[in-house]
Design a protein around this ligand. Structure first.
Ligand SMILES: Nc1ncnc2c1ncn2[C@@H]1O[C@H](COP(=O)(O)OP(=O)(O)OP(=O)(O)O)[C@@H](O)[C@H]1O
Ligand SMILES: [Mg+2]
Length: 293
């Protein structure tokens, strides 16, 4: 996996490393429910920012603010250093902030290349004889997937026949092609096995290497630690931890995510992710030790 390839100053990476998107003490209430409070986060180009947290921690609320689905009700949201209030996901997309949701917006029976251009089809010829430019779309999809190192046998195959990891990869390549500067991935590995997760992590690294600021939402600290440059852990809607890679170990990250009894629940989850029977896993104490080694 090419997770440690260093990024360079190409691909539009700002020389001063100014964050593309930034939250300062941001929060959001739904009526009486304070879902998010006092959260700060900066997403620089060419880095992977991981957002971790248990169910209900506020991860989705955070990305809904960044992706323009909801407006923050406290604090500030800045894009390229300027405070904004986004009115819709379209506005965010126009500013280069693309979100890949877990239930990908694809049409399973349509070919891969057609899904690549879904909603942004290339056409040719003047009205009223305007037609889809199929040749251009096929070639571009093929080139772009290859550029990201994604090799598919046949772009004519329905996207529904690809594995979950491959579909996520196509979505990532698509966002890169359509000019995303920030790529938000909401739990892209949650429903995937180890190998498929590896595939997605590889293309997260590829997007980062192309200079995108990646926001990777997950509740798996192992996945986060494989590609992350910065880790933001949310707990009950507030910031539990915000640390760079050099400031936190995988074990510390795991402990911030879940302490004591909660770690037992995580063990159960790990068992599912790794396809291991729960009783074959080491006890919680052992798990902490092995995470450290
Ligand atoms: N539309 C809403 N109306 C009222 N409360 C909401 C709404 N959306 C989220 N909440 C509440 O806000 C809190 C944070 O929810 P959020 O969905 O952001 O968590 P999450 O970290 O994404 O959790 P999960 O891992 O389960 O996806 C929860 O207590 C949730 O019940
Ligand atoms: Mg969520």
């Amino acid at each position: 996996m090419t997770t440690d390839v260093t990024t360079d100053e190409t691909n539009g990476v700002a020389a001063d490393g100014q964050p593309i998107v930034e939250l300062r003490g941001a929060g959001k209430s739904y009526g009486n429910v304070r879902a998010l409070h006092g959260v700060s986060l900066a997403v620089p180009p060419g880095k992977v920012t991981c957002v971790l947290g248990d169910n209900g921690a506020g991860k989705s609320t955070l990305i809904k603010i960044i992706s323009g689905l909801h407006q923050h009700s406290e604090g500030e949201y800045l894009i390229d250093g300027k405070p904004v209030k986004l009115g819709s996901p379209r506005e965010a997309l126009d500013l280069g902030i693309a979100t890949v949701y877990q239930d990908l917006a694809t049409v399973p029976l349509m070919p891969v290349w057609r899904n690549f251009f879904l909603g942004s089809e290339v056409t040719r010829g003047p009205w009223p004889v305007r037609r889809l430019d199929i040749a251009t779309m096929k070639k571009t999809a093929n080139d772009e997937l290859r550029n990201m190192g994604i090799v598919l046998d046949d772009l004519e195959q329905p996207i529904g026949t690809l594995s979950g990891g491959q579909r996520q990869s196509v979505a990532i390549a698509r966002a890169v092609y359509f000019g995303a500067r920030v790529l938000i991935l909401d739990e892209p590995t949650a429903a995937l096995g180890v190998k498929q997760s590896g595939v997605v992590l590889k293309y997260i690294a590829a997007a980062r290497d192309r200079g995108l600021g990646v926001i990777f939402i997950t509740h798996n600290p192992h996945h986060a630690y494989m590609v992350g440059d910065h880790f933001t852990v949310l707990r009950l809607g507030t910031l539990e931890l915000s640390a760079g890679r050099s400031e936190v170990s995988l074990e510390e990250l795991t402990n911030h995510m879940a302490g004591g009894a909660e770690l037992a629940a995580l063990k159960h989850e790990l068992a599912q992710v790794q396809g291991v029977a729960v009783d074959e896993l080491p006890e919680v104490g052992d798990l902490k030790q092995s995470a450290a080694s």
